[in-house]
Structures are given as C-alpha cells and as structure tokens.
Design a protein around this ligand. Structure first.
Ligand code: HAM
Length: 437
C-alpha cells in the first residue's frame, strides 16, 4: 500500500468543515482590515528564494524542495509566501495601482524539508499578509493588530506577542561588526555551518539550532543596542501605537527571525503551553524595506506576517472549536421505481434553491433509509411514494421535534426554507442579539 509522504497529512471529510470555518474567519478579519486576497503559483524560479529568504538561511540551504523541469529550469516549491507576493507585486506593477498602499493576504500550502514533528510538517498551510508602500510604523502596528485580531476572532487566548527591531541597513551593519568582534576569539567552538556563516551571514548564527544555547551566543550583543536614531524612533513610534491600540506585547531583544530580508520591526506570536510540542510560534513577521528593490523592483518598503494555519487548527482543537457541520437539511426517501424521475426533479429544485438534500442510491429498505437519514444528521425527512406522486402531497417530519406536516410538493421548498430560518429560541433572550445572526 502506498502511504502519504512523511510530513504530510490528509484532511478528511469529517475535518474539512473546521478548516472551512477557520478560513472563513480569516477572510472576514482580512476584509475588516481591508486586505485583498492574492493567489500566486506553488512553484517559482529557485532564484527568487535564494535572493530573498537568503542563501545562508536554513530554509534555503537545507529545506527547499528543488527540481529541474524538462526545460532545464530550476524550480522551487515555495517554502513561504512573502517572496512570491513581492515577485508578483513587481511583475504586475502593483506599485502603480491607484491605491498607493497595497494590502494583500494569501492562504495556501508551503513546503519545507524539515524534520517532521508535532506542529512541524513538510507541507503546511500559511495564511500571510503583506502591506506595501509605506514606511510608517503605523502600518507595522496595523499588521500586528491584524494578526492579534485573527486570534481574537478565533478565541485563541493564551498567546504572547514578542517584538524587536533589527534597525535599518546602517544599524544592521553596525551590529554585524560588533557581532563579528564578539564571536572572533571563539569562532572555533561554533558548529561547522556557523563557521561558514561567520564569513557569509553572521546574523544567521544567532538562530543556529546547534549553537543556540552556547554562552558565546547568549552573551552576544543585541541588535537593539545598535539602532540608528531613525531606527530607534521608528521602534519607539511603533510601541506608542501598540500601546494606544491596547495590544499586549513583550519586547524580546533576542528575536532576530530566520529569514534575511527583515529590517526594523520583527515580531512573533507564540502560543503558551505545550500544545504545539517544541513549536510554539504560531505567527511570524516583520518589516522588509529593501526586499522589493533587491528583487529589481522600485524602492518600496513593506511589512507583513504569516501564520501557520495547521498550528492554528491544533490550537482550535484544544478549545473545541466547532466548524461547519456537514448535516443535511432534507433526506428524501424514495419508495418505488416509478417515483424516481419525479423525485429527482423535486430534489433538483430543492438543491437549486439551496436546500442541502440527499437520497438513497442503493434501493435500500425503508428501515435502512431511516438509518441513513440519521447518519446524515438530516434535519427533515420526507417520504415520496406512489400515493405522494398521485396526490402531489408529501409528509415532512422534523427529526428534532418529531413534528409532521403533510404539504403540497410545490410548497416543499418554501416549507423547508421557513423551518430552517426559524430561530431555535426566543432571540430576546440573547445577551447581545448576535447568536441567531
Ligand atoms: P516563518 O516564521 O518562517 O515566516 O513562518 C511563519 C509561520 O509559519 C510560523 O510561525 C509557523 O507557524 C508556520 N510554519 C513555518 N514552518 C512550518 C512547518 N514546517 N510546519 C508547520 N508550520 C510552519 C515566514 O514564512 C515569513 N514569510 C513571514 C512573513 C511575512 N514575514 C513578512 N511577511
């Protein structure tokens, strides 16, 4: 038997309702923040990720799924969504759009060849947002508030927002020099990869999984201490906005993130507790003011984030989040061969009108069909036999209350629709009037 690939999983029909409900919540919060959806290809030219995420990051050096196509072009399955969105922004000249600040979001599968464990997959889903065209810390604050609002809408409470600043190019240069000075005397004690990183990209040494806990790294200088005046005021202004917006956060001076493109703000949202195993980051993001330019676009700043949707789902499972149910509205029991054509006509009419209807396709007995209707959690059951076809009338039973009505088949649609939209209780009892909306 062929089995699924390591680090992948199936979403079975019984679980799809939850995913759809989660996706709907994400889309509705995105709309409130006025972000528009963008969909980019699942594979891109490999150079895109080398030149953006960074040659010396773990993602690009160890985790990409690369393949040569038949035209001998190098392709990479996207490991993240920022670089493809930036590519599309430049290629489609979105910077020339009538809206000077373009606010985009995306949701879809990403691929990283990582060691699978709880909360870490080789194919996983990211929901991300990218906002282009302003260097204002107001936009950083909006993006962080947007991420927090998604969690609020999903009622995921036990989270920690961590922020830091890496500063602008000049701050990063200053910091790099200090870091190199600090590491130089003990460079031999670092792992082989970090010794290479020392030459090529020393900042990445800070997120090395092997050396991370060594005192040399723990005592390393912090980017926040090397910010230029402008970078410091960007960070101070951001904090002012977050405070004004009542967003809870903690400043984590060790936060550097594992991708090369960040400048100024970086942030992560972590889930407290051990729900996700070792992986507690549910969302990561930051500002990347030089990326558009470095990918041959104009000099346009940007900021964004991405959530691991699979991790969101794990968090939702823990709080017993109820997704869309897959109950049907009406089960139509067809009795007798001669009734089938008329019954299918009736079913088609109901379905066109939006009534979720199902029937039996295996000529089962009445008893077996009642069982089937139960398994489908049918809200109503109607029996269509010879007498019903002759009379043009049908008995409809509400499975919950046991109430039964005999009505004209012509009125079946209106009857079901009216019953379905009836509030399940007296709405005056609702605390905020939203439960039946
Ligand atoms: P990232 O931190 O690499 O950032 O990924 C963002 C989120 O994706 C993580 O916090 C985590 O929840 C989820 N994630 C990452 N890898 C895996 C995995 N193997 N299995 C399950 N979930 C995973 C980025 O990707 C940036 N593009 C974020 C960004 C957008 N920065 C600016 N704009």
């Amino acid at each position: 038997m062929i089995q699924k690939m390591k680090g992948t999983y199936d979403i079975l029909p019984s679980e799809v309702g939850k995913w759809q409900a989660l996706e709907r919540k994400i889309r509705s919060v995105s709309k409130i923040y006025h972000y528009q959806e963008i969909r980019t290809p699942i594979f891109e030219n490999s150079d895109l990720f080398h030149r953006s995420v960074g040659e010396h990051t773990d993602i690009v050096s160890k985790e990409t799924y690369d393949f040569m196509d038949r035209g001998k072009r190098k392709n990479t399955l996207r490991p993240e969504g920022t670089a493809p969105v930036v590519r599309s922004y430049i290629e489609n000249k979105m910077y020339a759009d009538k809206l000077p600040v373009q606010k985009l979001f995306y949701m879809g599968p990403m691929f990283r060849y990582e060691r699978p464990q709880k909360g870490r997959f080789r194919q996983f889903v990211q929901f991300g947002a990218e906002a282009f065209g302003s260097n204002s810390p107001m936009l950083d604050a909006e993006v962080i508030a947007y991420a927090v609002s998604v969690l609020k809408a999903l009622k995921i409470k036990d989270v920690r927002v961590e922020i830091n600043s890496l500063g602008d190019e000049e701050s990063k240069m200053l910091y790099k020099e200090e870091l190199l000075k600090h590491l130089a005397p003990e460079i031999d004690t670092l792992c082989h990869d970090c010794q290479t990183r020392y030459q090529s990209n020393p900042l990445r040494i800070l997120d090395c999984k092997i050396d991370q806990d060594k005192p040399l790294l723990k005592e390393a200088p912090k980017p926040i201490d090397y910010l230029t005046k402008e970078a410091q005021s960007h960070f101070d202004e951001l904090i002012g906005y977050l405070d004004a917006m009542d967003i809870n956060y903690t400043i984590n001076n060790n936060l550097v993130r594992g991708l090369d493109y960040y400048t100024h703000t970086v942030f992560e949202v972590h889930l407290n507790g051990d729900l996700l195993g070792m992986q507690t980051a549910i969302c990561g993001g930051g500002r990347y003011n030089d990326l558009v330019k470095s990918l041959d676009g104009p000099d346009i700043p940007a900021v964004g984030f991405a959530f691991g949707v699979d991790r969101l789902m794990t968090a939702l499972d823990a709080i017993d989040f109820q997704g869309d149910d897959d109950d049907i509205h009406l089960y139509l029991m067809i009795l007798g061969e001669e009734q089938k054509a008329e019954a299918m006509k009736l079913v088609q009419r109901l379905r066109i009108g939006g009534i979720l209807t199902d029937v039996d396709f295996l000529d089962k007995s009445m008893k077996a069909q009642f069982k089937l209707a139960d398994r489908m959690n049918a809200r109503f059951v109607a029996i269509y036999g010879a007498q019903e076809r002759i009379d043009g009338e049908i008995n409809v039973k509400n499975q919950k209350t046991g109430e039964e009505h005999r009505i004209s088949t012509k009125k079946l649609y209106t009857h079901i629709l009216t019953e379905l939209t009836k509030p399940s209780h007296d709405c005056e009892d609702c605390e905020d009037g939203t439960c039946c909306g």
